[in-house]
Design a protein around this ligand. Structure first.
Ligand code: NAD
Length: 293
């Protein structure tokens, strides 16, 4: 379906830009660049840009060691990533993907500034995990050129991209973003705007079931072992929550409980929330369900 939609695309993405050079922005810029699209990577901090570039170089060097990347790809990918602190560098971008901090006010300001800088037919996307695409669209004068483009961490390894259609998003915008996701080597799915989009709507009932099991006295290591060894999943729920971040998981659970209370209720004394409130954020600070060395 994605390929069919992409074929009818009116707009080819020849130049891209990513706002935010953090975990996600850096990963998206790398993935866009490695598949041949020159990509501006903008942040407000020079250190963040350097970290984004270092991360791209690390992935490429690992690929070289494994014989999967050659010297030419390494050079052309790094050449394709254009780090910047200036908005004006976005003016030639066919698509701009916003991946700044998960704060609606910051995102709204960034989207407005982006719209003032880019050409009138440039497409604007947000990589938000939890903020409504329809509400973000309100900060734009031309919401028809806007949609969600939600990648998963780590971007270079996770195939799926959720493309979220807002009420005002045009078919042309969706077609062009589907084509761009395919060019990036990803598997796009087009979904409507709702709390949790599609993936978190599937994932969070599973996390809620896991939390209930813990409250019933289950051992999280045993649950992980069952999911890994018997179900064959790459990791169990405790480890996955550590990778996602307990702060992020708690926030997303709250967004869904607020948005669709008839489907997703907050769990009283949720162990994920208790651990988060005790300062255990998961892999990002070295301690979550597990301790990381
Ligand atoms: P992060 O904190 O690693 O990176 C955010 C970056 O944005 C920082 O480098 C910061 O300096 C920069 N920034 C802040 N304000 C800016 C501005 N005005 N202009 C340009 N850059 C600015 O965060 P992250 O984990 O990469 O998350 C970014 C977005 O991606 C969030 O919306 C988040 O919900 C979403 N997301 C995160 C994940 C994940 O697993 N981390 C997965 C999917 C989506």
């Amino acid at each position: 379906k994605g390929k069919k939609l992409a074929k009818s695309s009116s707009k080819e993405i020849k130049q891209a830009a990513v706002l935010g050079a953090g975990i996600m922005g850096g990963g998206i810029a790398y993935q866009s660049a490695v598949k041949g699209t020159p990509t501006v990577m903008k942040d407000i901090r020079q250190e963040a840009l350097q970290l984004g570039l270092d991360e791209a170089a690390k992935i490429l060097n690992k690929g070289m060691e494994r014989g999967k990347v050659n010297a030419r790809t390494l050079a052309s990918t790094l050449n394709n990533i254009v780090p910047t602190l200036e908005y004006s560098t976005l003016k030639d971008a066919d698509v701009v993907i916003e991946a700044v901090v998960e704060n609606p006010k910051v995102k709204a300001a960034v989207l407005q500034e982006t719209e003032q800088t880019v050409s009138k037919d440039a497409i604007i996307c947000s990589n938000t995990s939890t903020i409504s695409i329809n509400s973000l669209a309100k900060s734009l004068q031309h919401p028809e050129r806007f949609c969600g483009m939600h990648f998963f961490n780590p971007v270079h390894r996770m195939p799926l991209v959720e493309i979220i259609r807002g009420e005002k998003t045009s078919d042309e915008t969706i077609a062009a973003v589907v084509a761009y996701a395919l060019k990036m080597g990803k598997t796009p799915i087009v979904v409507n705007d709702c709390p949790g989009f599609l993936v978190n709507r599937v994932l969070f009932p599973y996390f809620a079931g896991f939390s209930q099991l813990l409250l019933d006295g289950a051992d999280f290591v045993a649950v992980d072992k069952v999911m890994e060894k018997i179900f064959g999943w790459p990791m169990g729920p405790a480890y996955l929550i550590d990778v996602v971040g307990l702060d992020t998981a708690d926030h997303a659970a709250g967004v869904m409980a607020d948005g669709i209370p008839e489907r997703m209720q907050r769990i009283a004394n949720d162990p994920v929330q208790s651990l988060y409130q005790a300062g255990r954020l998961g892999q990002k600070n070295g301690k979550g369900f597990y301790n990381f060395g």
